[in-house]
Design a protein around this ligand. Structure first.
Ligand code: IPM
Ligand code: MN
Length: 370
């Protein structure tokens, strides 16, 4: 049995708590003899800054480069509000994405039937929702140069960010979206603001051209990003795969998360290009942040972190069957009434992080035995 090298970067805030529940599931899989793991841990974000003066050390990046999958908790918190911009906690995450060339960020938004009433939208609008946002992750305004605040002769300042995309960046993310759509609902909606942005115009042209190069079996639509934001809260079930740039993808995926009941429910996968052996560099993380207000209290929702492990099993570790069972265990845990505070409502069983993790582990174990 091949040993899977996993790097755990728990990070800040609730990161270590939710990562603790993932460790339980990993131990369970290994204990059953289903997989063999070699687990390493390191620091990212504010905790790395405290220890090393940088948001991620070169050594940790090197470990990430060599791992079969990286699992990341969350970064950031008010404690580090005053650190120099280049060392802020988020810089650790951004460096990992860039250095590992994780250009494809998959953010599924699935509304578990048991949670349809927790959504801020009416049940009938979100019940059964299953959409996938494919966000470009290593380009656009996040990384474009110049990126600066400059002093002007008149005493004013000018803040500049640069939105920039080249053909190959759009082409490769479009291909990821088309290929994913083929194993889902076979529809892609590409989103940009070509009405005001040149990079949006190019995005639209390249996605359209890529579609003609062997993906015409997939249905392709284009929608301006503002209109898409509106449609996502009006009738989200009309979408299958949405492909968009780094910034729009960031915003639209936060919107999509609330359709599912809670930001605490959304996992994500960040993938690089396939190498000669068909392997991709990869990082899995919940979409939620470090939630400093509830950190250390044992009340955080670990389901997005556990669902991120499920995505790792599916996309990096060659175990889609285990991934499906783990997703099923999460779904059953919700059906059985377990709720952390973020998704709790009257009549349900309010539990903390560890109890939620245990409930998933118990159901996962039963499903493995079945
Ligand atoms: C996300 C986060 C990050 C982003 C932050 C923490 C840099 O919001 O993963 O969505 O903006 O990409
Ligand atoms: Mn975000």
């Amino acid at each position: 049995m091949a040993t899977q090298n996993i790097l755990l970067l728990a990070g800040d805030g609730i990161g270590p708590e939710v990562m603790g529940e993932v460790k339980k599931i990993i131990a369970l899989i290994e204990g059953k003899g289903l997989m063999a793991f070699s687990i390493e841990e390191d620091l990212v974000g504010g905790c790395a800054y405290d220890a090393h003066g940088v948001a991620i050390s070169d050594a940790a990046v090197a470990k990430a480069q060599g791992a079969d999958a990286v699992l990341l908790g969350a970064v950031g918190g008010p404690k580090w509000d005053g650190v120099p911009y280049e060392h802020r906690p988020e810089a650790g995450l951004l460096r990992l994405r860039k250095d590992l060339e994780l250009f494809a960020n998959l953010r599924p938004a699935i509304c578990y039937p048991a949670l349809a009433d927790s959504s801020s939208l009416k049940r009938e609008l979100v019940d059964g929702l299953d959409l996938m946002i494919v966000r470009e992750l290593t380009g656009g305004v996040y990384f474009g140069e110049p990126k600066e605040i400059v002093d002007l002769p008149n005493g004013q300042k000018r803040g500049v960010d640069t939105q920039v995309y080249e053909t190959y960046e759009i082409e490769r993310i479009a291909k990821v979206a088309f290929e994913l759509a083929r194993v889902r609902g076979n529809r892609v909606t590409s989103s940009e603001k070509r009405n005001v942005m040149k990079s949006g115009l190019l995005w639209n042209q390249v996605v359209t051209a890529t579609h003609k190069q062997g993906y015409e079996d997939v249905q392709l639509d284009h929608m301006l990003a503002d209109a898409l934001g509106m449609q996502l809260v009006r009738a989200p079930k009309q979408y299958d795969v949405i492909v968009t740039d780094n910034l729009f993808g960031d915003i639209l995926s936060d919107v999509a998360s609330m359709l599912t009941g809670s930001l605490g429910m959304l996992p994500s996968a960040s993938l690089g290009a396939e190498d000669a052996n068909g392997k991709r560099k990869s990082l899995y993380e919940p979409v939620h942040g470090s939630a400093p207000d509830i950190a250390g209290k044992g009340v955080a929702n670990p389901l997005a972190m556990i669902a991120s492990l499920a995505m790792a099993l599916k996309y990096s570790l060659g175990k889609p069957d285990l991934a499906d069972l783990l997703d099923k265990a999460i779904s059953q845990t919700l059906e059985d009434g377990f709720r952390t505070g973020d998704i709790w409502s009257e009549g349900f069983r309010k539990v903390g992080t560890a109890e939620m993790g245990d409930a998933v582990a118990e159901r996962f174990e039963a499903l493995l035995a079945a």
